[in-house]
Ligand binder design. Structure first.
Ligand code: GLN
Length: 544
């Protein structure tokens, strides 16, 4: 959690850990996720990781897939020291080829590429082979199973001391195992849902072969994380952090409150472009509900003043809001710090809380291209540099679904745990055109009706993100026999699992009719409602 390496008890020292070395496959992170779903802790590092620089020993290592061919001159290769660790190794796709390459350089381009579904035939060898360990990968599975393939290269022959444990019609070496050592390779991807029994293969590897304990549970994580925060911050240390009402910052804040109580100071900046009554609701939930010490700063006038007249470039809105946020947060942090210094708790504020999640961490260390690029960690928005704060990131090992589970564990209300994502610049980027207090009112009211109806129809959890946007045009309508020339609201609702691609939600006509009727009737200034039926790509989820 501390970026300066002073982390007292990282999870890989407490939990048995399977190390995934990433060769750049788009599915690598799924391997880690599947293992954690099996309650086995797993971390991912770039394939170029020098094992001698690792301060802990994994229970097992998985080499991921990757877009390269092992026989290319500039192909990435694993540190040979991995074969000296004395722990089981599983190679997946490129990982299988990498093991074969290490032992015999016997990989070449196949005549046929193999993408999509394939049928795997398991070959069992019985106890005769090294006490039966070669059969363990497919233990408890049928002899035929559906798998998902995505490769063009193949092994020309097995490396010495390996035997075949599975085949497909196109891949005679779809699964291999070392006769003595616990090294395994599979050509298919067990981590994707298109391999229905893939999780069992991963379980066989992690739990039966590596003997990793299955004790990665959120309850245990909470206890150990609280101990970790206390140790890191000490008896007197104080922490400040911004909250937005979103799930990540709320969970992080609650965890801090459990760990250090009032020595954690949460700050909510009201930028004037939050949702209807949001600042008030967040305040109630965090203070009365969760017991978090919170300072709310109403800076709406400053934000709206700076947004006045900005009509041309949406990026400009984002920048203004981002910079003003940092400014307000810094001022507030300084005031709170001065107070903290005066109080008998002493110590002052040394730490800044960040709700960084594991995907951000993976992204920032990810291996891209044949040479390792270690990007500097970018998720430090709002960090007041001149205050010299150290970062504390209690969620940096967690995926989003784990954060939700943690939230439930900490007693955070369901509504908040499942809240749709909301952009930092708020509804300013849902008002296409100039952001004025009047436009904010219109967009907020329309959005509120839309979300209210989505909840009432029981659709909130099915939809990944929904909002009302205000278009920068006017249209003609007739209201009360009078011709009107008023604004147009666009509704947007999408379903997605990863927010990289998304599809618009197919509401039924009656639902849309009801929402449209309510908005036109209840929101002054709107005479027309349209529904956005653009998928992502080519559309984005937000409109600006
Ligand atoms: N590039 C290698 C191949 O085509 C590995 C592919 C993979 O790991 N998905 O065989």
């Amino acid at each position: 959690m501390a970026t300066d390496g002073s982390d007292p008890i990282p999870p890989h020292k407490t939990f048995d850990t399977i190390l995934v070395l990433d060769f750049g496959s788009q599915y690598s992170h799924l391997i880690t996720r599947r293992l954690r779903e099996l309650n086995v802790y797993s971390e991912m590092l770039p394939c170029t990781q020098k094992l001698s620089e690792l301060s802990w020993t994994p229970k097992g290592v998985i080499l991921s897939g990757g877009p390269y061919s092992v026989y290319w001159d500039d192909a990435p290769h694993v540190d040979d020291a991995v074969f000296e660790l004395g722990v089981p190794i599983l190679g997946i796709c490129y990982g299988l080829q990498e093991i074969a390459w290490h032992f015999g350089k016997n990989v070449l381009a196949g005549e046929k590429r193999e993408y999509g579904h394939a049928y795997l035939k398991v070959e069992r060898h019985g106890d005769g082979e090294a006490g039966g360990h070669v059969d363990k990968l497919f233990a408890g599975l049928e002899d035929d199973m559906e798998v998902w393939m995505s490769h063009g290269d193949k092994l020309s022959h097995l490396p010495e001391d390996f035997i075949t444990v599975a085949t497909t019609t196109n891949a005679p070496f779809a699964g291999m195992a070392h006769r003595e050592k616990k090294y395994y390779g599979i050509q298919f991807h067990p981590e994707v849902t298109h391999t229905p029994k893939g999780k069992i293969v991963l379980k066989n590897f992690a739990v039966d072969i590596c003997q990793a304990r299955t004790d990665w549970t959120m309850g245990k994580f909470v206890d150990q994380e609280i101990a970790r925060i206390r140790k890191l911050v000490g008896d007197k240390g104080q922490v400040i952090g911004a909250v937005s009402g979103g799930v990540d910052s709320t969970v992080a804040a609650k965890l801090m409150q459990q760990a250090i109580g009032d020595r954690f100071h949460a700050v909510l900046v009201d930028n004037g472009v939050l949702r209807l009554n949001e600042a008030q609701q967040v305040k109630e939930t965090l203070t009365a509900g969760l017991g978090i010490k919170l300072t709310v700063i109403d800076a709406s006038e400053r934000f709206l003043g700076r947004l006045k007249g900005v009509t041309d470039d949406p990026e400009k809105k984002r920048k203004i809001i981002g910079n003003t946020f940092i400014e307000v947060f810094q001022e507030t942090a300084k005031k709170i710090a001065a107070e903290a210094h005066k109080s008998d708790k002493a110590g002052g504020i040394e730490w800044l809380l960040q709700g960084t999640l594991y995907p951000d961490v993976i992204e920032s260390i990810s291996f891209k291209g044949p040479s390792a690029t270690i990007k500097t960690h970018h998720n430090v928005g709002g960090l007041p540099k001149d205050m010299n704060l150290k970062l504390i990131e209690p969620l940096r090992e967690l995926f989003k679904d784990e954060v939700r589970e943690l939230g439930k564990n900490l007693g955070i209300p369901e509504d908040l745990v499942w809240r749709h994502p909301f952009p930092g610049p708020g509804i300013a980027i849902r008002i296409l055109g100039e952001v004025t207090p009047e436009q904010v009112r219109v967009a907020r009211e329309a959005d509120n009706i839309f979300i209210e109806e989505i909840r009432a129809a029981g659709l909130y959890r099915k939809i990944s993100q929904a909002f009302a946007a205000l278009l920068p045009v006017k249209a003609v309508g007739v209201m009360g026999d009078k011709r009107v020339h008023d604004q147009v609201i666009a509704l947007r609702a999408v379903e997605t699992t990863d927010f990289m691609t998304a599809d618009w939600y197919p509401f039924d006509g009656a639902f849309l009719k009801k929402v449209s009727r309510r908005i036109v009737n209840e929101v002054n200034g709107v005479c027309r409602v349209v529904y956005d039926i653009t998928s992502k790509p080519p559309g984005t989820i937000e409109m600006e």
